[in-house]
Unconditional design. Structure first.
Length: 381
């Protein structure tokens, strides 16, 4: 079946007890056993819950994996992936990771004996050069936040697999509607469901999707052992969000393209980062690897003062962290999401003080553009 049909139906058969068309919120901690050692597949809700199980089946199908596991946040999902490693193991990661992932690696997992090398994963030869005898995992994000660098997933997977190294892709920015890393060769997909999968800015969650049943069993073991599971209510919200993932993503993509094109020709904008623009240095790779470009983009206002004026002047776009919801959000990476990255490293990554990021929502695009135009008008020429 097609993507939308799967999104609406997989894991979501009518409730066997009542016929309810929507999977109920099984708000229960435990399950009555009919006799010793006999249950209906559920014993305790950390281990398994029917609402969470419905979501897990659903997202596994959307990503083309065999198994999905839902976590209390995107960070809990990333942490679960790292449970596959042991002290002494080496990880190659993108140089421009989500800040929380970098923090988990550097300020938590390093103390457990894991070693990290951060490379420009746009260049497969750099990934190859970073491989060592203890390398177990390559962890990438594509596109990256906020400058939208693209990594060739298939090329990295080929290099890693030749050395028996696993590849994990954080697919939060594209969602499985536009990019399916497992089909491109990745072993593991990670999501912050907080973003596009849930899509309505009303819950925090995460997911891991895998192809290999043995790796999935190990992550499920960790999920139960560490216990950072997604609650039944939050699982239900993501299930509801995912039903409209395809229509939302199509609109995010249309609006993202229109906003990016408009900004690219605006006299006060000094540059736009959006993989859907032919001027993006990796536009061809993006077209090959992704079936759409989505709503995330960033642009250069020229200075911190210009960014400040713009962010103070927008009315429809809300100044806030996070992304992927139906409402347009605008943010200042240098002082918000990337404040903990040293200034020199920020410059190297292209995260200037004048850079502004937009998570283009699904409002009428003329309204989004008019809002940005009004705010850009306030910047002195
Ligand atoms: C938000 C985000 C995360 C972390 O997810 P939380 O749900 O906030 O824990 C990880 N990766 C990316 C790319 C994100 O945008």
């Amino acid at each position: 079946m097609g993507f939308s049909t799967d999104a609406i139906h997989i894991g979501q058969e009518a409730d066997p007890a009542t016929g309810a068309i929507i999977v109920p919120i099984y708000q229960t901690s435990t399950y009555v056993q009919t006799e010793l050692g006999k249950n209906k597949g559920y014993e305790y809700s950390r281990t398994g819950n029917p609402t969470r199980a419905a979501l897990e089946r659903n997202i596994a199908a959307l990503e083309g994996g065999t198994r999905g596991l839902a976590f209390a946040s995107g960070m809990a999902a990333v942490h679960a992936v790292m449970s596959l490693l042991k002290a002494g193991d080496h990880v190659i990661a993108g140089r421009n990771l989500y800040g929380g992932t970098f923090r988990l690696f550097e300020l938590v997992l390093k103390d457990y004996g894991l070693n990290f090398t951060y490379t420009d994963t746009r260049r497969a030869d750099e990934v190859e050069r970073a491989l060592g005898s203890r390398t177990r995992l390559v962890f990438i994000e594509t596109p990256t936040n906020p400058v939208m660098e693209i990594t060739d997933i298939a090329a990295v997977a080929e290099i890693a697999h030749a050395r028996g190294v696993l590849v994990a892709v954080d697919n939060t920015f594209s969602s499985p509607y536009f990019q399916r890393p497992i089909e491109l060769g990745a072993d593991i997909v990670v999501h912050s469901t907080t973003k596009y999968l849930n899509g309505h800015s009303d819950g925090v969650g995460g997911a891991v999707i895998l192809k290999d049943p043995e790796l999935a069993r190990r992550i499920q073991f960790f999920q139960n052992a560490a216990g950072a599971v997604l609650s039944p209510f939050d699982s239900w919200l993501v299930l509801r969000g995912v039903k409209t993932l395809a229509v939302r993503m199509r609109q995010h993509d249309l609006n993202g393209r229109a906003v990016a094109q408009h900004l690219a020709s605006h006299p006060k904008v000094k540059g736009v980062h959006y993989p859907g623009l032919p001027s993006h240095p990796q536009h061809e790779l993006a077209r090959r690897q992704m079936s759409g470009f989505g709503g995330m983009l960033s642009f250069e206002t020229g200075s911190l003062e210009n960014a400040r004026i713009l962010l103070k002047s927008v009315q429809l776009c809300s100044l806030a962290e996070s992304l992927g919801g139906v409402e347009s959000l605008i943010s200042h990476p240098a002082s918000m999401t990337h404040a903990s990255v040293p200034a020199e490293e920020r410059r190297r990554l292209g995260i200037t003080d004048g850079l502004v990021r937009v998570s283009t929502g699904v409002e009428d695009v003329e309204d989004i553009i008019a809002d940005l135009d009004r705010a850009l008008d306030r910047i002195p020429a």
